[in-house]
Design a protein around this ligand. Sequence first.
Ligand SMILES: Nc1nc2c(ncn2[C@@H]2O[C@H](COP(=O)(O)OP(=O)(O)OP(=O)(O)O)[C@@H](O)[C@H]2O)c(=O)[nH]1
Ligand SMILES: [Mg+2]
Ligand SMILES: [Zn+2]
Length: 394
Amino acid sequence: MSKRKAAHKEQQRQRWQEQRRARKTIRHNTAANQEKHRQDWQPLQPDEFGMVADRRIMPRDEEERRQALETEVGQPLPGRDAEQAWHDIAAESPFPLGVVIEVSRGLCRVMVGQERLLCDIRGALIAEGTGLVNVVAVGDRVLVRPLEAGHGLVETVLARRSGLVRPDPLYSHLKQIIAANVDQLLIVASWREPHLWLLMIDEYLIAAARNHLQAVICINKMDLAEDPAGVRTLLQPYEALGYPVLLTSVPAGLGLAGLHQALCGRTTVLAGLSGVGKSSLLMAIDPQLDLRTRTISRKFSEGRHTTTQAVMLPLSAGGYVVDTPGIREMGLAGLTPPDLLDHYPDIAALAARCRFSDCTHDHEPGCAVKAAAARHQLPAWRLENYQRLLAQMC
Ligand SMILES: Nc1nc2c(ncn2[C@@H]2O[C@H](COP(=O)(O)OP(=O)(O)OP(=O)(O)O)[C@@H](O)[C@H]2O)c(=O)[nH]1
Ligand SMILES: [Mg+2]
Ligand SMILES: [Zn+2]
């Protein structure tokens, strides 16, 4: 290509980019839109009864029916848990209560008692206007109309008590519910293969806090660590903030009893990169679970069994686990820089002593955060992670 042609092409590209930016600004960047986006991004807030009243996912007649029903049944008693509320609603309905254990392209698998039904989702239940991309998620409690031989129709999605939500990877202004009605998030990382990625753990911790879920950190593949004591020291800042840190190895059987104990009797969603060993860990603590794990063959690519969609499984000892495919991004949409500082309480405590109240802990004189990092009172990686996430927001 001649120089002139190349310059012209570059000019055209720049003009196109400018136009695109301008279009985006006009369409999306109004103050009202920003505020709406921020509100959309408020996590699911349980009410005083521990329920998230998201009536928007119900068809209109269902909402009216539910209101009539609630008046009939009477208002839920304070302290009554969500499980009881779901059962009460189901008892008044002609349809049985089920738990969604798998979702795939408009279909879902629902456990109704001991039976597994393959269900369509009622057409009236649409995600439009809810700010969500999916109507039904793994873990949802639903009312199901049983149809012929092993089939059913999801009539209603009952109010959720919690959920792990993230921005949709394709439409970042919309939310995707990865799993509903969960108690805790088990963040799984591996020491090596893939390498420990602390920034990702921080992002998951933020997601857990925004979704009001307890977080447990699990570092797997400890058999590949030369200095296990060093790993514990590295992760000490998380323990200091109150997060349980479990060090595990599937082949060495390390830490599996502790992991089992952490999951028993609760509903846990697992998250972490692909290949860290989520499915392997679950099968190691409960051999009854039948999960696909990756078996890497150097010569042939067949035999790779990675988890491709979220599945919910009951643990033999009580509780449920949700195995998910590797999730790379939890997203920070709707978070502001002051919100970010709330998620770094160790830095926030030091920041109170900075000379300037708007200190960015980057170049300012009299910065207590940088001083603490220089004295190794604050691990350098914590500050680095904070700065990186802050940079993503600006
Ligand atoms: N050395 C070692 N390898 C492990 C350990 N746990 C799992 N693996 C191996 O790591 C690979 C990936 O394990 P999976 O359980 O499929 O990982 P996953 O996190 O479920 O991956 P996705 O389903 O893709 O998200 C497999 O080859 C396992 O055998 C461990 O503790 N130590
Ligand atoms: Mg897996
Ligand atoms: Zn500072």
